[in-house]
Design a protein around this ligand. Structure first.
Ligand code: F6P
Length: 349
């Protein structure tokens, strides 16, 4: 095991409120408790394939002390995949050497952590992972930071839409992020008392939804709110904005709320509108819970470096922050179990 003097840190994939909390905690513990130097590597894995003048960001205590409340990531992010082109993984390793980085903290979702695992397995890189996604769909950890903030934002938005839906006697269909897992929609649907909550895990029954709104209208409530995950499918296919894919092969979702709003208007005769919450759910200041969780992850990640727990990632299990094998991050997508969805269904109508 090579001695650690200089720790590098990068953030990859979609940003999530709380990323700066991890960066702050890793930096402060690494410097104060272990005496390491810390550098940020800007723009995710891209920092190691196409470095720019500002790629290496020296991080001192004063650079991070007050970033806990800030959304986004001071290190920037990208969806660059170093395993897409032959020879790139070797370039990543060489670039890390040139930057003098002998331990790396990779903060990201299953794509970023999948790359971290392969770099560890293939080259013995001294890597620690930290899970991140607003979607809360990583099975290796009970929850991820950013999720609580995203649910709070979506809940607040649906609460606000309720008043205008009532005033104008409309059905408002709200599109919430969540590609394969409907956690944000599930949480916000319950918390905002939406009339219908639809998640990718359960194929929606259009007749049932139509009846819900027809019955409400017959009882004098000619309005309603539907929370729908962007990844909900009415047949086999995703509703997508275009055919473009990112480097990890993901298509850009979007449009399910509009299609559903049109369909409901046709079927119920009630006026409808749709709203896409989109990146609003990833922006702004993290909730107190996300600040605490990201801080705990960061502190434990720094400890893992000091212990030499290479190839591991930090995870929340119950109330403990533990380390687990990086492969667990990519093992399977954590979806909403059927019985939890039933909690939302109880309030349909
Ligand atoms: O991975 C998190 C996520 O927020 C998904 O819910 C969403 O589909 C995607 O990112 C959007 O990504 P982008 O920022 O590339 O548009």
């Amino acid at each position: 095991m090579a001695e650690v003097k200089r720790v590098g840190m990068l953030t990859g994939g979609g940003d999530a409120p709380g990323l700066n909390g991890v960066i702050r905690a890793v930096t402060m513990r690494c410097i104060e408790d272990y005496g390491y130097e810390v550098v940020g590597l800007k723009r995710g894995w891209k920092s190691l394939l196409s470095p720019e003048d500002d790629t290496v960001m020296e991080l001192g205590l004063d650079d991070v002390r007050y970033i806990l409340q800030e959304g986004g990531t001071i290190l920037g992010s990208s969806r660059t995949n170093p395993y897409k082109n032959e020879g790139d993984p070797e370039r990543v390793v060489k670039q890390l050497e040139e930057f003098g980085v002998d331990a790396l903290v990779a903060i990201g979702g299953d794509d970023t952590l999948g790359v971290a695992k392969r770099l560890h397995d293939d080259f013995g890189l001294q890597i620690i992972g930290c899970p991140k996604t607003i979607d809360n769909d990583l099975s290796a950890t009970d929850t991820t930071f950013g999720y609580d903030t995203a649910v709070a934002i979506a809940t607040d938005a649906i609460d606000k839409l309720r008043t205008t839906a009532k005033s104008h006697e409309r059905i408002l269909v709200v599109e919430v992020m969540g590609r394969h897992a409907g956690w944000i929609t599930w949480g916000a649907g319950i918390a905002s008392a939406a009339n219908v909550t639809l998640i990718p895990e359960v194929e929606p029954d259009l007749d049932e939804i139509t009846n819900i709104f027809k019955t409400r209208a017959a009882n004098g409530e000619k309005w309603g709110l539907v929370a729908v995950s962007e990844g909900v499918t009415f047949s086999e296919d995703f509703v997508t904005q275009n055919a473009e894919k990112d480097e990890f092969g993901h298509v850009r979702l979007g449009g399910v709320a509009e299609g559903l709003a049109n369909e409901l208007k046709e079927r119920t005769g009630i006026d409808t509108r749709h709203v896409v919450l989109g990146h609003l759910q990833r922006g702004g200041t993290p909730t107190a819970n996300d600040r605490i969780l990201s801080t705990r992850y960061g502190l434990r990640a720094a400890e893992a470096i000091n212990n030499g727990e290479w190839g591991k990632m930090v995870a929340l299990r119950g109330n403990e922050i533990v380390t687990v094998d990086l492969s667990e991050a990519t093992d399977e997508t954590k979806t909403v179990p059927r019985d939890l969805y039933a909690a939302a269904e109880t309030f349909f109508g």
